[in-house]
Write a protein that binds this ligand. Structure first.
Ligand SMILES: *[C@@H]1O[C@H](CO)[C@@H](O)[C@H](O)[C@H]1NC(C)=O
Ligand SMILES: *[C@@H]1O[C@H](CO)[C@@H](O)[C@H](O)[C@H]1NC(C)=O
Length: 146
């Protein structure tokens, strides 16, 4: 009984979290800490979870930045985009399960160096809810340059 009720609570908690951030973007690829090389074209899959809440995507911007002192020195999702490789509509027509995605391609800049880390950041602007509230959600993934 006890086990059941805590499961239910966990389920409710995750539902609540999902509905708040339902339109938030997340990376399906590359994996966090994936190894990349300078000059490599890396496919970046940006996902958006399925939701019953109402939202309208306006635009997305994607950038790549260098982290000079290890993965911990990356700025995180709140930092700047630095080298912007895409700005424009977010056309998430791809589908995996109930999650929509769009693929983008970034070329690892030639001035990045092996041994450094890099961060790919996405910033998605959407209008949310019946009141069309502006919402800017960011997410980041860290890559290891080898
Ligand atoms: C999108 O990229 C993933 C790898 O991240 C790949 O498996 C998939 O085939 C790509 N889909 C499309 C439609 O390009
Ligand atoms: C969105 O993607 C679909 C499928 O890839 C394509 O047919 C359509 O033209 C795209 N729309 C825009 C606005 O890029």
């Amino acid at each position: 009984m006890r086990f059941c009720s805590s499961l239910t609570l966990a389920g409710l908690a995750s539902l609540a979290t999902t509905s708040v951030l339902a339109q938030a973007p997340f990376f399906g690829a590359p994996q966090n800490l994936a190894q990349v090389t300078v000059g490599e074209e890396v496919v970046v899959s940006v996902f958006q979870g399925d939701t019953n809440s109402q939202f309208e995507n306006v635009a997305i911007a994607l950038g790549i930045s260098q982290c000079f002192n290890g993965a911990d020195s990356c700025s995180g999702a709140g930092g700047g985009l630095f080298d912007v490789f895409y700005t424009g509509p977010f056309n998430a027509t791809g589908l995996v399960g109930a999650n929509h995605f769009q693929n983008f391609t970034v070329t690892i800049p030639s001035f990045f160096e092996a041994g450094q880390f890099a961060q790919v950041t996405a910033a998605l602007f959407a209008l949310v809810g019946a009141e069309e509230n502006p919402s800017l959600e960011t997410t980041a993934v860290i890559l290891e340059v080898v």
